[in-house]
Write a protein that binds this ligand. Sequence first.
Ligand SMILES: Cc1cc2nc3c(=O)[nH]c(=O)nc-3n(C[C@H](O)[C@H](O)[C@H](O)COP(=O)(O)OP(=O)(O)OC[C@H]3O[C@@H](n4cnc5c(N)ncnc54)[C@H](O)[C@@H]3O)c2cc1C
Length: 274
Amino acid sequence: MIPCNFDYYRPESLQELGQAIREAPRPFQFLAGGTEIVTMAQAGEVAPKAVIDLKAIPACNKLAMENGRLHMGAALTLTQAATSGLFPLLGSVARRISDHTNQCTITLGGNICGTIAYREAILPLLLSEARAGFFRKGRVVEQKLADCFHGRLQREEETALLYLCVEQKYLSMPYVHVKKVKNEKIDYPLLTLAALKAPEGVRLAVSGLCSFPFLVECAALADPSRMPGQRAEAVIKSLPEQPRADSFASAAWRAFIMKQAVEDAIARLEGRGG
Ligand SMILES: Cc1cc2nc3c(=O)[nH]c(=O)nc-3n(C[C@H](O)[C@H](O)[C@H](O)COP(=O)(O)OP(=O)(O)OC[C@H]3O[C@@H](n4cnc5c(N)ncnc54)[C@H](O)[C@@H]3O)c2cc1C
């Protein structure tokens, strides 16, 4: 239960979404799965005067191949994305976020736009050069996800994420997904590594290691003349910030498991030993 009164809008088209955004009392929040909004409202951390539910908007719900691209609505649940089997790497990542019950409610858009820093669903999307469709000032604007995701999604206020699109060629590329946690299988990640074998070489994206998720930028990573261990060392040296240190793991431990995971992922994707 949300312990404050608020107006509820449930637009069924982009036109109605524009109208809801114009009319809603401020502050308002877009509502997707609601798992974070409800928890934060119960804790008194947010008190929206209105919520705009995105789940009835067709563009936010669609899951379909269109013109050589997989269209994934931002209001699809993690379970819908995973069970479709259309993007196996995304499915593998989605099946390890929270537990099965919550996966039936948490949405792709909520995972990417929410405040919990891990945002693991972004990893396969960054690796596959996904494009993101936004509803901004009454118009749909599409842009490359990597250009507007720097640790968190950079978007103007009152902008809704409508969908994500991935070119078909990325959906069947070989991949590796590893999630390392401290205690139980279901936990926040000490490290989540997603790797894709693209024609230009291995690509990596990581969550849990630093304070934000990121795409690894390291020229040595895709250099097949170097051994996986050497490339893993180079990746560690190229991190955008020091690994996190907290009560779950030291920075040195996180760097150690990252190096092992990178070396293993390269060896598996290239079919050779370390
Ligand atoms: C028990 C539990 C364990 C979890 N473990 C993990 C984990 O291991 N790894 C991980 O990555 N995450 C984890 N999460 C976070 C989770 O994946 C989601 O980030 C979160 O719960 C929000 O998803 P939601 O769809 O319910 O969003 P909501 O609660 O509906 O919204 C969250 C925020 O995002 C905004 N928002 C939602 N959709 C859109 C949109 N389309 N456009 C613009 N803004 C939008 C809302 O306005 C709100 O501010 C966990 C969550 C729970 C509850």
